[in-house]
Write a protein that binds this ligand. Structure first.
Ligand SMILES: Cc1ncc(COP(=O)(O)O)c(C=O)c1O
Length: 344
């Protein structure tokens, strides 16, 4: 496969328009036959619910170029399931799960020249989304929907790759206790812009959110889930109905237990017990695993393993996860789906 000649090592996390995307329309009660298109502009009604009432949701996933020339998707069936759950939360019709995975493969294949080469650390980021469209003025579900998938090559999300980053614990909430925190819907992210910007202004990588009801427990680390390794070697992630069920987090729970032999647990993570963790990390498709050097809460700084070095368990988990994603390490059955590349 002849790749385009781009500066793969310095891509950053930016949108770059690629030639092909997938589009399907839901009309008259069903999803119509979708397909690839070169038009990157959506033409929608000014009265679309996606614009007024937040009837939109999305996914984030990646395609990985392997050493042997093949291309991997990491657990795309899980993204299909989560998109369905997000759609249901907003009364939108879910896109069929098997068709979702096939459509993702079509987009990756069509843009194969833009999948960053193996060894650069960069990947092809894939963004599926569903939006409510058509003419609506009252607060009610839309008459029509668009499902589309675009892709764009990206480097590492948090600057510096796998180097520890510090985070700022914000007093803002990202989600209500029985709100939409567990769904990947646009509104959750609109509300995170102020805290995220404030964190970056203070030289932190991103904001950490506490549980909205009591502000005593850790919920999310920016656009990533929290994990920690306790001093007695347990792998712990927060249990809460208002955090996004991260596919990376569930993968790490499995790897920590079955490959590293650690005890694992999803349980409340109390702010005043953070010093029980010797290592802390943020995990997600974009963040991969970002070691957390420390967290600032009001005038207190809580340091974990180190602000400059990566903890040994975090490093092992990172090597396993990234090894599986890029095809260098055999993953558990069903985690990797190959994309048939037919574009020369
Ligand atoms: C708020 C939030 N939490 C966690 C995650 C991590 O989820 P995943 O591992 O499925 O990418 C993401 C990214 O999708 C996110 O936006």
């Amino acid at each position: 496969m002849q790749k385009v000649d781009w500066d793969w090592e310095n891509l950053g996390f930016q949108y770059r328009r690629l030639p092909f995307r997938y589009l399907s329309v839901h009309k008259d009660g069903e999803w119509h036959e979708g397909g690839l298109t070169t038009d990157s502009t959506l033409h929608i009604s000014e009265a679309s619910t996606a614009l007024h009432y937040g009837q939109n949701c999305f996914e984030g996933m990646k395609a990985y170029q392997c050493k042997d020339g093949s291309v991997n998707l990491f657990r795309p069936d899980q993204n299909a399931k989560r998109l369905k759950a997000s759609c249901e939360r907003l009364m939108m019709p879910a896109f069929p799960e098997d068709k979702f995975v096939e459509a993702v493969k079509e987009v990756v294949n069509a843009n194969a020249k833009y999948i960053p080469p193996y060894g650069t650390g960069a990947t092809l980021y894939i963004r599926p989304l569903v939006i409510g469209v058509g003419d609506t003025i009252g607060v009610s579900p839309a008459p029509e929907y668009i499902f589309t998938i675009f892709a764009t090559p990206v480097g590492s999300y948090f600057k510096g790759g796998i180097k520890p980053a510090n985070f700022w614990i914000t007093d803002y909430d990202r989600a209500a206790p029985k709100g939409t925190g567990a769904a990947k819907v646009g509104g959750n992210y609109g509300g995170s812009l102020i805290p995220g910007t404030e964190a970056k202004k203070r030289n932190f990588a991103d904001a950490v959110y506490l549980d909205p009801a009591t502000h005593s427990k850790i919920e999310e680390v920016g656009s990533a889930n929290f994990f920690g390794i306790t001093k007695d070697n347990r792998f712990v992630t927060p249990l809460s109905p208002s955090i996004l069920p991260s596919i990376t987090k569930y993968s790490l729970l499995y790897l920590a237990k079955h490959k590293l032999g650690l005890e694992t647990s999803e349980e409340p993570v109390y702010l005043d017990q953070l010093d029980e963790f010797k290592e802390v990390g943020a995990c997600g498709t974009a963040a991969v695993i970002t070691p957390v050097g420390g967290m600032q809460y009001h005038d207190k700084f809580i340091e974990f393993y180190s602000e400059t070095e990566v903890g040994p368990v975090t490093q092992k988990l990172y090597d396993l996860l990234v090894g599986i994603q890029f095809g260098d390490v055999e993953g558990p059955e069903g985690w990797i789906q190959k994309v048939p590349i037919t574009e020369a």
